[in-house]
Design a protein around this ligand. Structure first.
Ligand code: NAP
Length: 250
């Protein structure tokens, strides 16, 4: 739960909410009283489990399957939510993948698939919710980027480029939407223990984290949830907030 006061009558879409950070964000919002749309690409059972957990806590949620790298599927996702929930108050662009490899050997398809989902997917979802959010003159968008988008990372040219792109997209969208009362921010996690990081060599990374531990999805969810629904975040827009144990200080 994010607030002591329950938030009611708000609907949030979380892309990639079946596992990892997206799941933790969905649970944090759902247990705070927000109706949560659990988007996923293929893990339908896991997505339904998230819905069950939210409902068991007294909240409200439902799943919508959509590949957020695909324009038609994104438009169907947003259309389905607008039909069912009538409005969208919060969009969390969280879905992401990695296809790591050194630049010299990186396959074009690995470059393209990461850019398509991690960067173009954020653009497609943001554009698809824009009309209804601008009309209602209220909304919050949070894009999950990465510290790698700030400092780069050998072996992740595609991922770092996409995440750096998300930062530019966040700042531009924040400027374009500000006059309509919509805030747009990015959250940049460091190393968080999820399926995405389970095969990485952990020891060398751990020594680069001043707080001395890897992050949890719940720690990222706390910051995302604050930006998404807390009244105290209403005057924050166009910012990139790192949740990285001090890994990157600039
Ligand atoms: P994860 O555990 O691998 O989960 C990825 C989620 O994205 C899953 O719910 C997956 O759904 C969904 N997804 C994958 N492809 C999709 C598509 N085409 N359309 C819609 N959803 C799709 O990853 P994570 O570690 O939680 O990462 C979440 C976000 O945080 C990503 O943007 C990632 O880049 C970012 N991040 C993670 C870390 C980290 O250390 N873990 C650090 C910095 C940033 P299915 O289950 O259906 O496949």
């Amino acid at each position: 739960m994010i607030n002591s006061a329950q938030i009611t009558n708000q609907t949030a879409i979380v892309t990639g909410a079946s596992r990892g950070i997206g799941r933790a964000i969905a649970l944090a919002l759902g247990t705070s009283g927000v109706e949560v749309v659990i988007n996923y690409a293929s893990s339908s059972e896991k997505a339904e489990q998230v819905v069950s957990e939210i409902k068991a806590s007294g909240g409200n949620a439902y799943t919508v399957k959509a590949n957020v790298a695909d324009e038609t599927e994104v438009n169907n996702l947003i259309g389905t939510v607008l039909e069912r929930s009538k409005k969208i108050d919060v969009l969390i662009n969280n879905a992401g993948i990695t296809r790591d490899g050194l630049l010299m050997r990186m396959k074009t398809e690995d470059w393209q698939s990461v850019i398509n989902l991690n960067l173009s997917g954020v653009f497609l979802c943001t554009r698809a919710v824009a009309r209804s959010m601008l009309k209602q003159r209220q909304g919050r968008i949070i894009n999950v980027t990465s510290v790698v988008g700030i400092i780069g990372n050998a072996g992740q040219a595609n991922y770092a480029a996409a995440k750096a792109g998300v930062i530019g997209l966040t700042k531009t969208t924040a400027k374009e939407f500000a006059s309509r009362g919509i805030t747009v921010n990015a959250v940049a996690p460091g190393f968080i223990e999820t399926d995405m990081t389970k095969d990485l060599k952990a020891e060398s990374i751990l020594s680069a984290i001043p707080l001395g531990t890897f992050g949890t999805p719940e720690q990222v969810a706390g910051t995302v949830g604050f930006l998404a629904i807390n009244p105290a975040a209403a005057y924050i827009t166009g910012q990139v907030i790192q949740v990285d144990g001090g890994m990157v200080m600039s």
